[in-house]
Design a protein around this ligand. Structure first.
Ligand SMILES: [Zn+2]
Length: 208
């Protein structure tokens, strides 16, 4: 493995005009996918594969679009005319697609996001967009679960937040130990969701 310094040097070299993020060009990415195809044992120049590197690069652009999204900014617009509403708000079963950072294999699952507002709420679609912004990155499920809860907690300042994520990891189901039909459940509870057993229980009841 190259050290971070070496990696930076390589990326800098590929982008001599500078730029703040040293992203390699699309041409270099497609060349890398041609190398991978050749490494698998196939011929990247045969008809069926000739367009594949460009397609895969576009697909990666979608899979990892979360890096160009700011989850905190998504939650900036809030509404405070809520007539004193102070009960739990739960968006259930938000479907997401992510990729594990160890194998770049799909993680397919759903997230349940709940909070108890403290004077202001966000549009519910924004909760789903926060999930998506973190999912569309290289992830481990535990970290993603914490990131979603922490961001809602820090930006919205609610009385409490609960996040539950349930997902199948293709690095486990289609390779390695090959155990299908398993899913991983992770959760992060903050504020009253952590401190108050009844609140936690109510949330868990809404997510099962
Ligand atoms: Zn993995």
């Amino acid at each position: 493995m190259s050290s971070p310094t070496n990696r930076l040097a390589v990326e800098k070299m590929s982008n001599p005009t500078g730029g703040s993020n040293f992203r390699p060009t699309r041409t270099r990415v497609e060349a890398a996918f041609r190398t991978i195809i050749r490494w698998t044992g196939d011929d990247p120049n045969r008809d069926g594969l000739i367009e594949t590197p460009a397609r895969v690069a576009r697909a990666f652009g979608e899979f990892f679009a979360g890096y160009s999204q700011d989850p905190a900014a998504i939650l900036q617009k809030t509404f405070d005319e809520i007539e004193g509403y102070d009960e739990m708000i739960v968006l259930r079963g938000i479907r997401f697609e992510s990729h594990c950072e160890h194998h770049m294999a799909p993680i397919i699952g759903r997230a349940w996001v709940g909070y108890i507002p403290d004077g202001r709420v966000v549009g519910i679609s924004k909760l789903a967009r926060v999930v998506e912004a973190y999912a569309r990155r290289l992830q481990i499920q535990e970290k993603m679960t914490a990131q979603i809860a922490n961001t809602i907690n820090e930006v919205l300042r609610p009385k409490g937040v609960g996040v539950i994520v349930r997902a199948a990891h293709h690095c486990m189901t289609t390779r390695g130990v090959h155990i299908p039909d398993t899913d991983l459940v992770t959760s992060r509870m903050l504020g009253c969701f952590r401190a108050d057993p009844l609140t936690r229980q109510e949330f868990l009841g809404l997510t099962s």
